[in-house]
Write a protein that binds this ligand. Structure first.
Ligand code: ZN
Length: 88
């Protein structure tokens, strides 16, 4: 017996317009889709200018790529804590 929920496609919404993504996610969930909204966006990194998946974890809230995030892990983790958990 297969579980129906395992067959649900998992949709990840990526984009800079978080509010719109959340609205879209709500509609898709009503239709039974497995949706997750990511705050990741694709653009040019504020630090190295490479076009990549960016996260808003730069030292001053810049949108930065994974590589730049790795260069200063302590700052990235601090910013991530602020964004995700409201840490100060
Ligand atoms: Zn970068």
């Amino acid at each position: 017996m297969s579980d129906k929920s395992e067959k649900k496609p998992s949709i990840i919404l990526i984009g800079s317009d978080l509010k719109m993504n959340k609205d879209v996610a709500a509609v898709l969930r009503e239709r039974g889709a497995n949706v997750r909204v990511s705050e990741v966006s694709y653009s040019a990194c504020d630090l190295c200018k490479k076009v990549d998946e960016l996260r808003p974890y730069g030292p001053n809230g810049e949108n930065i790529c994974f590589e730049c995030g790795q260069k200063d892990n302590a700052t990235t983790e601090k910013m991530m804590g602020r964004k995700l958990f409201g840490d100060e």
